[in-house]
Design a binder for this molecule. Sequence first.
Ligand SMILES: Cc1cc2nc3c(=O)[nH]c(=O)nc-3n(C[C@H](O)[C@H](O)[C@H](O)COP(=O)(O)OP(=O)(O)OC[C@H]3O[C@@H](n4cnc5c(N)ncnc54)[C@H](O)[C@@H]3O)c2cc1C
Length: 504
Amino acid sequence: MANPRHEKFFRIEMDSSSSHKAIVIGAGISGLTTAVYLQRSGIQTLILEKAAGPGGVSTSWKRKGYTFEGGVHWLIGAKEGIPLHQVWLETGALQESHPVHFKDPIYTLVDREGIMPLFRDLHGLELKGLRDRMALWSLRFHLACFRHFHQPINDLRGLRVKYPKPFSVGEYVKMLPAVLVTPFLMAQSARGYAKRFKNNRIRALLAAVVEPNVNALSLIYTLGTFHEGDSGYPKGGSLRLAQNMADSFLGLGGEIRYQTMAEGILPDGKGWAVRTDGEVLQSDVVVVSADARSAIDTLFREPLQDGWAKKMRSGLRTTQCMFLGVGVEADLSSRPRSMQIVLHSPLKAAGRTYETVVVNNYATEDGYAPEGCSVITCLLHGPTYAYWKAAKDDGSYEAKKKEVMDGFLEAMGKVIPEIRDAVVVTNMATPLTYERYCGTFEGSYMTDWPPFSRLYHAPIRYRKGLYFTGQRTAYSGGLPPAAQSGRTTAQTVCKDFGVEFVSH
Ligand SMILES: Cc1cc2nc3c(=O)[nH]c(=O)nc-3n(C[C@H](O)[C@H](O)[C@H](O)COP(=O)(O)OP(=O)(O)OC[C@H]3O[C@@H](n4cnc5c(N)ncnc54)[C@H](O)[C@@H]3O)c2cc1C
């Protein structure tokens, strides 16, 4: 007789069209991608999500009628023809009703000298002499090497696939130039690479594209996607994107339980079981899309001691940020969309000093603020988890958050005078906020990848029936690896269980 605590999920099992069932832990982008493909392939899938909505760290939220975009700033694969584009279509993330805006310039430097835009084709940069001309030539050369460098979307060998994606040798050959310059780029930081330019203003502009401490490969890859006309902002932003995916999944017959925390994974007969608040849900397949770095210590009876898990524990360095959002009763639509602002005086925040800040201005996005009003946001990068944890412990957390926001508003008021006395609402997230809402390790949203460092990944297939997916299984994180790993995980499950993979 079935254990009554299993009952709820057993009802799902009785769907006669599905012979296998899966539980996906987490409705972030990787979990949703996995779930859409599994469900479409005929595996009855249930998502357990601890938060109240989909998206994970890629999300946006509303306060007093103002929308704060706390996730996607650019979506790689937004352009038709890029292999990943197909995944965004198949998962329902991109829809005709929510077109993508490909901003150009991608960033605009704002300093005491005025403004300097960084256009996708790099025209108009103020070059100071031969050194800058050489540096620009070299940058163009590296971008040309990355012209055809795309994350390939292939099918696993030996998998039955309804709509096979033919393997193209040509696709890989075209990536060869990028592969050849990769070691050179990985051996230096983005900041070091930008120093080839004599003009400090160009250096500052390039520092807006990726965190200056990461390797130059990340800079060239990211800039390359803009250069090729990819990387745009989908209308409605993160929340729309995630909601589109969730709707596609539900439309296929899947189930999502929000505000449901997976507390543990246990072997159960031939399959696996997930313990949630008051229930044990039995399944053939469990996919962990929650941060694997947290999961290895929290989701199993004992912390995992496999070699990869130990390496992850000792070697993985996280990317953390503080998020600041401000709603103002002022129309900022004449200001640039994404600004790299050189501050008049440095901003001190959480024990760190910021000479420049990247500010996104959503004044031209429909519905992000009441008529005539605007929203600006800013991410302050750096490892501040320990700082905020200590503040929480000694009771100074809220006061310290206010200190950071006050400093930011004062700094912004000097550069964008319209916002002075026009602030209606402020909102700030620290790594502790991300930890609380998304369960990410140290409240991070990606993995740090400085020069000469290694990345430590969780395997996609841990055991038959137990899989990882998401940001800690591929590269240093971001939306493309989340989607790509989600698809690979779904294919791995299908292969293990002899199920035909159906992509669309
Ligand atoms: C401010 C910001 C800006 C960004 N900008 C970009 C960008 O412009 N472009 C880009 O490509 N990437 C960007 N990223 C990174 C990108 O959003 C992430 O790398 C990606 O979304 C990670 O997705 P994921 O599915 O792997 O993980 P997550 O989003 O962490 O998903 C995991 C999910 O699991 C849930 N969960 C965790 N534990 C449990 C549990 N025990 N039980 C149930 N559910 C659980 C979490 O709540 C979460 O929903 C940005 C991130 C942030 C924070």
